[in-house]
Design a protein around this ligand. Structure first.
Ligand code: SF4
Ligand code: SF4
Length: 311
């Protein structure tokens, strides 16, 4: 009850929110913008250039504004605090309201998008470190073709490593919160939001993980990130069929979408593993592409033939 009273005591948190009102408004508009993008995704993926423009503008805002300016990078600590509050049957909001307003808003966004679409919306569009990796990958692709993709079998085993890391951090936090705090240093986020102004070994770790995540597409997100694991846990329970891709009769035979998925989130059987999908929409762009999808290429050729025959 005392915590609920604390929550009602606006003098504790209102000044912080008032002081950051402008940024809070701008950040909220940005979150709504991403949700709107998700709602109109089916239409947008039919227009590759527009989609790509919106995607990279969004990623730049997430990286620069959300990450470097607002420092609104959620971490596993936020999840661990919540879990501990729930364990102690403490009113969870009492722990949330003392957090930064941006983190608070981020978690409302995460909760909503997680229920509707899965972890991919946060990890693929809003997470500042994830956005930076995505942009670095794009730039790297322009200069080098050297990439490493783990063999399928190894990849599908490695994806569970991040869950193990998360479970260790969460488990340790119940006995020794400070130790779990040290363990969350596995996330290069702090070094990232502090713009590398930390001890050399943190900076070195950040540089190694980031470089590895460029050569092996987003390796940190796919194999190590405990926060990504925590967010993917609900999706792990349900697997989403690629109903859109299955729409074409030939789907599942050309494998173009699977090959183009840098996250290796499309399994051999043709399903998208929503706990591994970053919602980059590359597969959906292929689905609508008349120069890429074999079914549409055939349809286009048929249409052209019919046209010349009637002339
Ligand atoms: S996996 Fe982790 S670092 Fe990657 S986008 Fe998700 S939360 Fe961010
Ligand atoms: S290509 Fe498709 S399945 Fe792969 S990450 Fe992007 S949206 Fe998800």
């Amino acid at each position: 009850m005392e915590n609920i009273h604390n929550l009602a005591d606006a003098s504790l948190w209102l000044p912080v929110w008032q002081q950051k009102a402008l940024h809070i408004a701008a950040f909220s508009v940005f979150l709504l913008f991403i949700i709107l993008l998700m709602l109109f995704m089916n239409r947008l993926t039919g227009r590759r250039r527009l989609f790509n423009a919106l995607r990279y503008i969004t990623l730049c805002i997430s990286f620069v504004y959300v990450g470097l300016v607002l420092k609104a990078q959620p971490t596993t600590t936020n999840i661990v605090i919540l879990l501990n509050a729930l364990r102690d049957i403490e009113f969870p909001l009492s722990t949330l309201y003392i957090l930064e307003p941006y983190i608070f808003l981020s978690f409302i966004f995460i909760l909503f998008t997680l229920i509707v679409w899965g972890r991919g919306v946060f990890c693929g569009w809003l997470c500042p470190y994830g956005a930076m990796l995505e942009l670095l990958n794009k730039v790297y692709q322009k200069f080098s073709r050297f990439r490493i993709a783990l063999p399928e079998k190894v990849h599908w085993k490695m994806v569970y490593l991040k869950y193990a890391i998360f479970l260790v951090i969460a488990g340790v936090s119940f006995y020794n919160f400070m130790l779990s705090e040290y363990l969350t240093e596995v996330e290069p986020f702090r070094t990232f939001v502090l713009k590398l102004r930390r001890e050399w070994y943190f900076v070195l770790y950040f540089a190694v993980i980031t470089a590895a995540s460029v050569i092996i597409y987003r390796a940190f997100c796919r194999y190590l990130c405990p926060l990504g694991a925590a967010l993917a846990l609900p999706s792990l329970l349900k697997r989403m069929n690629i109903t859109r891709v299955k729409f074409h009769d030939l789907c599942g035979t050309c494998k173009i979408c699977g090959r183009d998925c840098s996250a290796q989130a499309i399994g051999k059987e043709g399903y998208i593993d929503s706990s591994e999908c970053f919602y980059c929409m590359q597969c959906q762009l292929n689905f609508w592409d008349e120069d890429r999808c074999p079914v549409l290429i055939k349809q286009k050729a048929k249409g052209a033939r019919a046209k010349t025959e009637t002339l």
